[in-house]
Write a protein that binds this ligand. Structure first.
Ligand SMILES: NC(=O)C1=CN([C@@H]2O[C@H](COP(=O)(O)OP(=O)(O)OC[C@H]3O[C@@H](n4cnc5c(N)ncnc54)[C@H](OP(=O)(O)O)[C@@H]3O)[C@@H](O)[C@H]2O)C=CC1
Ligand SMILES: CC(=O)N[C@@H](CCC(=O)OP(=O)(O)O)C(=O)O
Length: 311
C-alpha cells in the first residue's frame, strides 16, 4: 500500500518543489487540498490525521499549528520551517551528521535550514574530530538566491530589477543561529552575514578560518587533514561531495541554475597553512530545503536516500 503524504503549504516555494520531486513515485500517494481548502483548519486537520507522513512547508507559526492539529494521530512529520529545529523530541534531519538510523526511526524530523546545511557540513565534523576549536567565534559569509525568502522575496526581486545585492541579518539575531551553534557543538553563536543576489536559486556559504590565531590545524598539511575528516564523514554519501578547488579560482552562481539536490564542499588553505576558507555550494531549494526533505522521507520510509533526487 502506498504511503500517504500530505504537504501542508503545498502551494509555496518549498512545497511545490517537494511535490515535483514526488511526481511519478507510485510508492507515495499525495493528499491534496484545493485552493479553497488549503488554509482551512478543518481540512488541514483531516489531511494531517489521514497522512502517514506530513511535510510542513509553512511559516513557523503555521507549522506549530499543524503539529497541534495532528494531536491524537500517529502521523510522522518532516517540518521544513525553523519552528522545531532545536526543539525537544525532534530529530534534526541531517542524515550525514546525525545518523540515518535516527531519522529512519523518528516520528518528528526537522529539516535543516539552508544556510546551516552549508555551515554544518563544513564545520561540524571538524569540531567533532577536535581539528577545530568549539569555543572559537566563527564567522560565516553567505549569499543566497532570492527564492530562499519564499514567495514574498521572489515577488520583490522579480518586480524590482534594480536590486543587485541585499545584505541583511544586520541585527545579528538570524533565526538560523541556534541550530548552527547546537549542531556544530559550539560554545558561541557564529557571527553570520547573509545576503541575497538577483539569481533565483543557489547559495554559497563561506567560513573564513584564521588558523594562526585559532591555534588550530597550522601546517602545510591542513588541507589534507580537513579533507580526510570530511571523507570519513561523507564517504557513504552521494549527496555531500568533497570538491577539488576550481581551476578558475572562482565560485559562481548561475542565474538559470536547475534544481540540484547535492552539495559541494571545498577547503582552500594558503601556502603557509595559516589561513583557510571552507566553502559550501548548494541549492537553497535542494539540499537546503526540498531535496533534504525528500532525503529524510526516503530514509523514514526505507528507500535509498537519493531516490528521486536531482544529483
Ligand atoms: N525557500 C527556501 O529556500 C527555504 C524555505 N524554508 C522554510 O520552508 C517554509 C516554507 O518556505 P517557502 O516555501 O519558502 O515559503 P512560501 O512563502 O513560498 O510558501 C509558504 C506557503 O505556506 C502557505 N501558508 C501560510 N500560512 C498557512 C496556513 N496557516 N495554512 C496553510 N498554508 C499556509 C502560504 O500560502 P499563500 O500561498 O497563500 O501565501 C504559502 O503557499 C518556511 O518555514 C521557510 O523558512 C527552509 C529552507 C529553505
Ligand atoms: C534569502 C532568505 O531570506 N533566506 C531565508 C532563509 C531560508 C531558509 O533556510 O529558511 P528557513 O529559515 O526555514 O531555514 C532567511 O534568511 O530568512
Amino acid at each position: 500500500m502506498a504511503t500517504r503524504i500530505f504537504i501542508d503549504g503545498a502551494a509555496g516555494t518549498t512545497g511545490l518543489e517537494i511535490r515535483e520531486r514526488l511526481t511519478g513515485r507510485s510508492e507515495f500517494e499525495l493528499i491534496v487540498l484545493d485552493d479553497a481548502q488549503r488554509k482551512s483548519e478543518a481540512a488541514r486537520r483531516d489531511a494531517l490525521h489521514a497522512a502517514d507522513v506530513a511535510i510542513l512547508c509553512l511559516p513557523d507559526d503555521a507549522a506549530r499549528e499543524a503539529v497541534r492539529l495532528a494531536e491524537g494521530s500517529d502521523t510522522r512529520f518532516i517540518d521544513a520551517s525553523t519552528a522545531h529545529r532545536v526543539a525537544d523530541g525532534w530529530t534534526y534531519g541531517f542524515p550525514e551528521l546525525v545518523g540515518r538510523d535516527k531519522i529512519a526511526g523518528a516520528q518528528f524530523v526537522s529539516n535543516p535550514g539552508c544556510y546551516p546545511t552549508g555551515f554544518l557540513a563544513l564545520v561540524a565534523p571538524l569540531v567533532r574530530a577536535g581539528l577545530l576549536p568549539a569555543d572559537w567565534p566563527y564567522t560565516i559569509n553567505a549569499v543566497s538566491g532570492y527564492s530562499g525568502g519564499g514567495k514574498a522575496l521572489i515577488e520583490r526581486f522579480e518586480s524590482d530589477l534594480t536590486i543587485g545585492f541585499r545584505a541583511y541579518g544586520l541585527s545579528l539575531d538570524h533565526k538560523h543561529l541556534a541550530e548552527m551553534q547546537k549542531y556544530a557543538g559550539l560554545a558561541h553563536a557564529p557571527v553570520f552575514s547573509p545576503s541575497v543576489v538577483p539569481t533565483h536559486r543557489g547559495m554559497v556559504v563561506d567560513v573564513p578560518l584564521p588558523l594562526s590565531a585559532m591555534n588550530a590545524l597550522q601546517s602545510r598539511d591542513a588541507a589534507t587533514a580537513i579533507q580526510s575528516c570530511w571523507y570519513e564523514t561523507y564517504q557513504d554519501s552521494a549527496i555531500v561531495m568533497i570538491a577539488d578547488a576550481p581551476e578558475s579560482g572562482e565560485i559562481l552562481l548561475s542565474r538559470n541554475a536547475q534544481p540540484w539536490d547535492g552539495m559541494h564542499i571545498c577547503a582552500f588553505v594558503n601556502a603557509d597553512g595559516l589561513q583557510a576558507r571552507l566553502i559550501a555550494k548548494l541549492d537553497n531549494l535542494g539540499k537546503g530545503a526540498s531535496g533534504a526533505a525528500i532525503q529524510s522521507l526516503n530514509i523514514m520510509c526505507g528507500f535509498p536516500e537519493e531516490t528521486g533526487l536531482a544529483l
